[in-house]
Design a binder for this molecule. Structure first.
Ligand code: HEM
Length: 384
């Protein structure tokens, strides 16, 4: 039994929008790049090159690439596809038939109608006809492309799994195109296995995204910066991202900062260039002493042909020391002016004190000679 992991159209749209935001230029050497459609879709079917699904009428949680639940009908669809075939599991709490169709409505659509009647499973490859009719492909000049089919009906729940092959090519059946969106619909009859009995419920005009395969690619980051830097002084940090083949990965967003006791303090970010390199300039104002720089890359998702590559996030650390601010050497004119001021100050001081000293000396002299006769008044020698 499936434990339902459901993605609503809204959630899928958010995931797509997020993936779209992460998409950057393709890795060097990539041939063609398709971008994940930016329109929303209701469901997606993943490309899985080597399917590991076992067709036994039991859908396991992680057996299929993806599981989709159609709420209006209550049908759960587990599915995946590759170049050779489509593997589909249908499950619903009914005892009648279940069906999935590829197209906008019954007419001209490829329909797979399945169920279990009297403990016998049936899987029909049918084509929708005009007037809400349908017929087996083989009766309309097509081919029965269902190569494997198994199912169970227990406790009022029907589960059927099948493999739908793309060969031989049947003109009545469309072949999924990787990285495109196509319409589909589902329907069921609650308790009849009569394939001519009309559905009790159906849901149509649904969008199915044929998702490329996903490869998770490990990335590695090389981080370099000077061992010692000074406060208030710009320095360069260089971060380079390469994949597990040692090829540079452009377009990855990297956040750079340093570790603190409260966690990482991220200071700046940027995107790697064609060489997988990001260079940023930063400076520290209040940080002093040994610190650990940290760079964290975000995940990047790119779609190349049928491969959807997720470059996984990585991080790198580097220990450096932040020394105190470097005292700036003053320009020579400042030093000269300062000495000139000091010299001038002393000169003026000397002049003032000299003048004061001379005046003091003169005053002393005046006092000392105050009883001296004035010139011309000297003592007269009287001769007898
Ligand atoms: C078993 C014989 C079937 C009969 C007699 C039948 C009959 C009808 C009729 C009368 C309508 C139009 C009225 C309405 O909307 O209810 C209709 C619509 C529809 N049926 Fe069926 N149907 C049959 C099988 C299927 C199957 C196997 C599917 C696959 C899921 C399907 C899918 C749809 C869808 C999607 C619509 C609406 C779109 C459209 O007009 O084509 N039907 N069907």
């Amino acid at each position: 039994m499936i434990q339902k992991k459901i993605l609503t159209a809204g959630q899928l749209f958010i995931i797509l929008a997020f993936a779209g935001a992460l998409i950057g230029p393709p890795p060097a050497g990539a041939q063609t790049t398709a971008i994940i459609p930016d329109q929303s879709y209701d469901a997606s079917m993943p490309f899985i090159a080597d399917s590991s699904v076992i067709i036994d009428g039991d859908i396991q949680d992680d057996e299929y690439g993806q599981i989709y639940e159609n709420v209006p009908t209550g049908i759960t669809v587990a599915w995946e596809y590759n170049d050779d075939n489509m593997t589909i599991g249908l499950e619903a709490a009914v005892t009648g038939w279940l069906a999935i169709g590829f197209g906008t409505g019954m007419e001209d659509s490829n329909i797979l109608m399945v169920g279990v009647a009297d403990s016998t499973v049936y899987c029909y490859d049918i084509i929708g006809l005009a007037g809400f009719d349908h017929a087996d492909d083989v009766d309309e000049g097509g081919v029965d492309n269902i190569v494997s089919c198994a199912g169970t009906e227990s406790g009022g729940t029907t589960t059927v799994e099948l493999v739908f092959s793309f060969t031989p090519v049947d003109a009545l059946d469309p072949i999924p195109e990787v990285d495109t969106i196509a319409p589909f619909f589902v329907g069921l009859n609650e308790d009849s296995d009569d394939k001519t009995r009309i559905h009790d419920v159906y849901d149509h005009n649904l969008d199915l995204y044929y998702k490329p395969s996903t490869i998770n690619m490990e990335t590695e980051m090389l981080l370099s910066a000077p061992d010692h830097v000074h406060q208030m002084e710009n320095f360069s940090i260089e971060a380079t991202i390469q994949d597990s083949n040692s090829d540079p990965v452009p377009g990855i967003e990297i956040s750079i900062g340093y570790k603190t006791v409260f966690g990482n303090f991220l200071m700046t970010d940027g995107i790697t260039d064609a060489q997988g390199k990001l260079t940023v300039e930063i400076f520290f104002e209040n940080v002093l002493g040994p610190i650990t720089l940290i760079a964290i890359s975000q995940e990047l998702l790119t779609v190349v042909d049928s491969t959807n590559t997720a470059y996984l996030s990585t991080e790198a650390e580097l220990d450096i020391t932040v020394d105190g601010e470097v005292e700036e050497e003053e320009p020579s004119y400042v030093i000269t002016s300062r000495w000139a001021l000091v010299g001038g100050f002393w000169l003026i001081g000397i002049i003032i004190w000299s003048t004061f000293g001379y005046n003091f000396y003169v005053i002393i002299q005046i006092f000392r000679h105050r009883n001296d006769p004035l010139p011309g008044e000297g003592s007269t020698e009287v001769s007898s």
